[in-house]
Design a protein around this ligand. Structure first.
Ligand SMILES: O=C(O)C(=O)C[C@]1(C(=O)O)C=C[C@@H](O)C=C1
Length: 88
């Protein structure tokens, strides 16, 4: 019979990956929720004669992400905005 043993390092990695997967599930859920809320704002603005895109609001959002996460935060926020309002 073969005995399978797991080292401390393997167990630590497996546990951490499980937490990462759970966090990613929550992040994806939050992104989907953000997309739905953003759609409400965009549809309401368009229905009242406005445009889909509101550039000064996007600048505010990009600034928040850059302040919290640095330069990659800006790239992340740009991707997030593209998910929410499509490509411009
Ligand atoms: O806040 C708005 O006015 C929105 O329409 C939402 C949102 C966003 O997803 O954050 C989407 C499109 C706009 O260009 C700006 C921001």
């Amino acid at each position: 019979m073969t005995t399978v043993t797991t080292t401390g390092a393997e167990q630590t990695i497996a546990d951490a990956r499980e937490r990462i997967d759970a966090l990613d599930d929550r992040i994806i859920g939050l992104i989907q929720e953000r997309m739905a809320v953003s759609a409400v704002v965009q549809e309401t603005r368009i229905a009242s004669g406005g445009r889909r895109v509101h550039l000064s609001r996007e600048m505010e959002i990009l600034g928040r992400y850059r302040e919290a996460l640095g330069k990659p935060g800006t790239a992340f926020a740009m991707t997030l905005l593209e998910l929410c309002r499509g490509r411009i």
